[in-house]
Design a protein around this ligand. Structure first.
Ligand code: SF4
Ligand SMILES: [Zn+2]
Length: 355
């Protein structure tokens, strides 16, 4: 059911997108980040590919994700990717200790999305830069194979490679039926098992992305599910977790529901609760992504506290400390909504309609 709906909404969205050139789709920026060795900087780069195979399949992909709209939609040659990569590299300095985060809007380890030659070129070039301590890329678990990871690690023997996997949630029903993720917990565990099995030989690590508040999940349940997922990830052998609070992407089922008032992105109070309770229960590093905070499509509280809480969460990410106590009058409204959220689902309560 969800796959048919997602496929329909994806088809509609793809018809509407304005095609862009490869260089228009590429992007890069540097920002402070938390490395395994402590505070440092990260170079983020988006390298264009044909797009995520899962999103391009008849499943329609995950129903909160619109990365496919930022993809080229046709195969991209390895030389085209490496040219863009080299151009990005030439524009940045590598002095401090740094991580390089490669985003391909899909799976770096799927050769149909990202040609093997390009992968090799990138890893070889990064292996020659001393300041680069970590190389991070994303993959769905089905593309994680021992021989492929071994090849990657052998190209950068002195650096950490981290494979990030969008687990989203440990709740099988939410992942498969509500998000339309298309892989089971045991497939995720198989991928993590392969990574763990290579740790004696290489500096290989794994990260799980946790989606906070998928569609059809109440505010209260979203908090509990996110924390349980971090606990599960740690038990499974994941090295760090990154919470991704939902932001409403264009052309998705999440957007359809949000437009009808049937979905509200999470409260920032919920995110403070998640990160603080996770820090109490889980010992691996955990990060709360703050993109989209305070915007109409992202997580929000009220105008008075959105910005302050964003700053406190960024600080908490860098120091791995609790978010300190903070007061704002909107907190009471959040508590009330939390109490009744099982009844309202993830409905957006428009208070102005009742005043
Ligand atoms: S979340 Fe990841 S796996 Fe899902 S459709 Fe988007 S890019 Fe593909
Ligand atoms: Zn407030």
């Amino acid at each position: 059911m969800m796959d048919r709906l997602t496929f329909k909404s994806r088809k509609r969205a793809l018809k509407r997108i304005k095609r862009r050139s490869l260089s228009e789709l590429a992007a890069s920026w540097v920002q402070d980040d938390l490395l395994y060795s402590g505070r440092g900087r990260a170079l983020f780069m988006i390298l264009p590919t044909m797009g995520c195979s899962w999103a391009l399949s008849e499943s329609g992909g995950c129903n909160m994700c619109s990365y496919i709209s930022d993809s080229f939609l046709e195969p991209v040659k390895s030389t085209e990717i490496t040219e863009i990569f080299d151009e990005i590299m030439s524009r940045h300095e590598f002095d401090d200790r740094m991580a390089v985060k490669i985003f391909t809007s899909g799976s770096f380890l799927n050769p149909e999305e990202f040609p093997e030659d390009a992968r090799t070129h990138i890893l070889e070039r990064l292996s020659r830069i001393d300041a680069v301590e970590e190389i991070i890329f994303e993959s769905r678990p089905e593309y994680i194979e021992e021989n492929v990871l071994r090849e990657c690690c052998e190209l950068v023997p002195d650096k950490i490679i981290e494979v990030s996997i969008g687990l989203e949630t440990c709740d099988e029903k939410t992942r498969l039926l509500k998000i339309n993720k298309g892989f089971t917990g045991s497939e995720f565990e198989r991928g993590i098992g392969i990574i763990s099995g290579l740790k004696d030989e290489f500096m290989l690590k794994s990260k799980a992305y946790i989606l906070v508040k998928p569609v059809m999940v109440s505010e209260k349940r979203a908090i509990d599910e996110a924390i349980s997922t971090a606990v599960y990830a740690e038990k499974t052998g994941v090295d760090r977790v990154s919470f991704c609070p939902s932001t409403v992407h264009r052309g998705t089922i999440m957007e359809d529901l949000w437009r009808r008032g049937s979905y509200r992105p999470p409260w920032i109070w919920s995110l403070v609760e998640i990160i603080n309770r996770t820090r109490e229960t889980v010992s691996i590093p955990s990060i709360m992504d703050t993109s989209g905070f305070g915007t109409s499509r992202g997580p929000y509280n009220c105008r008075k506290c959105n910005r302050d809480l964003k700053k406190l969460i960024i600080k908490s990410n860098l120091e791995q400390e609790m978010v300190p106590p903070y007061e704002c009058e909107c907190r009471e409204r959040w508590s009330a909504e939390l109490k009744f959220s099982e009844l309202t689902g993830s409905t957006d309560i428009r208070y102005e309609d009742y005043s």
